[in-house]
Design a protein around this ligand. Structure first.
Ligand code: GLY
Length: 381
């Protein structure tokens, strides 16, 4: 029998943003310290916990207990699970519940959940009473390594993902790695795509370590914490240099222009989780980079091989029901045109100069992208 994993000493990553600076606390079992950390940070504040039905059944009691033990009065707001809650209706519901719970300017919103809850609760906190502080308690791997860090909050528009939102940094992120034990293998793998992204975009040594360590990361323990902390450090470093995405922060969108279009094409449904879209999108970005002569075919194959080895989808045809009859290259181009990196109608892509070095490539000729996507849809390369 395998011995149970022990709680670990937390790793603390500092996001040094001046008066908006905050800590990301990472470790197995750190959820129990949430109340003490919040009480030290905002003495006397009350807290409204925003979570979804699934996370509530697993982690709400423990979260409330930690806050109550530290003398913090709590209320709870439970939203439907899934992307459907990242909507105008979801935002209205959370804001009205926060107002009904009498959350004031000096109180706190606590986002307990994955990327959907973090983005929604963070945006509600950004606009409620013109801005209330919030704490991220990410419960998915994707949220722990990406969406809970950096202050991007928002909801989806029927026209595309995350088109309505605000930059609003959390005051604290508490990432308990034991919480990930309750994720389905598919959800965990989807989050892993964002971990791999940090290696592919900026750290070849980390990517090489991931190629050797992915099974240990799934198993939990020190490898998982190292992967999460390395990802958070990489993200924090970029956000500290470019908080509002005027430049290099766009690198974090590697795989997302293709990925968001695929998510939109599949109706933001369970057919394709966000991380799965990023995995396919990263492979497409690598293969498109190879087509443009920026990297060797072998580099693109290396990225694809690793993601496939982890069990992630890497082809358009890996998406259930995704056939050329249902969606064509022109429809995908229209969806990509909603990307936030589009400037005056011209597409910007995050492409690769090497495994471990991404570049922002503006003004990509649309016909090249269209032909590439048409070939991929026809599975010609
Ligand atoms: N997820 C990309 C960013 O935070 O900039």
């Amino acid at each position: 029998m395998t011995a149970p994993l022990k709680n670990s000493d937390p790793i603390v990553v500092d996001v040094a943003l001046g008066e908006r600076a905050y800590d990301i606390v990472i470790g197995r079992g750190v959820l129990t310290s949430l109340g003490a950390r919040v009480a030290a940070l905002r003495p006397g504040a009350r807290a409204a916990i925003v979570t979804d039905e699934y996370v509530a059944t697993h982690w709400l009691r423990k979260t409330e207990a930690s806050l109550l033990d530290a003398g913090i009065a709590t209320s709870r707001i439970i939203v439907d699970e899934g992307e459907i809650s990242k909507s105008y209706e979801g935002l209205e519901y959370v804001c009205e519940e926060l107002i009904a719970a009498k959350i004031e300017r000096n109180d706190l919103v606590i986002a307990l959940g994955g990327g959907v809850v973090g983005d929604l609760a963070g945006f509600a906190a950004a606009v409620l009473r013109r801005g209330v502080d919030f704490v991220q308690v990410p419960t998915s791997l994707l949220a722990q390594v990406d969406s809970s860090v950096g202050g991007k909050t928002g909801i989806n528009s029927p026209h595309g993902k995350n088109l309505v939102g605000a930059f609003h940094q959390p005051v604290l992120v508490v990432a308990d790695t034991a919480v990930l034990d309750t994720l389905s293998p598919r959800q965990f793998r989807a989050g892993y795509a964002e971990v791999a992204k940090y290696g592919v975009l900026g750290d070849e040594a980390f990517f090489t370590w991931l190629e050797a360590s992915h099974a240990d990361i799934v198993a939990g323990g020190a490898a998982r914490e190292h992967a999460i902390a390395t990802s958070c450090r990489a993200k924090a470093a970029i956000v500290m240099r470019d908080e509002r995405e005027n430049g290099e922060r766009a690198l974090l969108n590697l795989g997302h222009t293709f990925g968001h279009a695929l998510e939109a094409a599949t109706g933001f449904s369970d057919r394709l989780f966000h991380g799965e879209g990023v995995a396919i999108g990263m492979v497409l970005a690598a293969e498109f980079s190879a087509q443009l002569g920026m990297i060797a075919d072998a580099d693109a194959a290396r990225v694809k091989h690793h993601l496939a080895a982890v069990g992630l989808p890497t082809h358009l045809q890996d998406i259930a029901g995704f056939t050329q009859e249902k969606i064509g290259a022109d429809a995908l181009m229209t969806l990509m045109a909603q990307d936030k990196k589009v400037k005056r109608g011209r597409l910007t892509f995050i492409l690769l100069e090497a495994v471990g070095r991404a570049a922002i490539v503006p003004d990509v000729e649309p016909s090249l992208v269209r032909d590439f996507m048409a070939r991929k849809l026809a599975r010609k390369s």
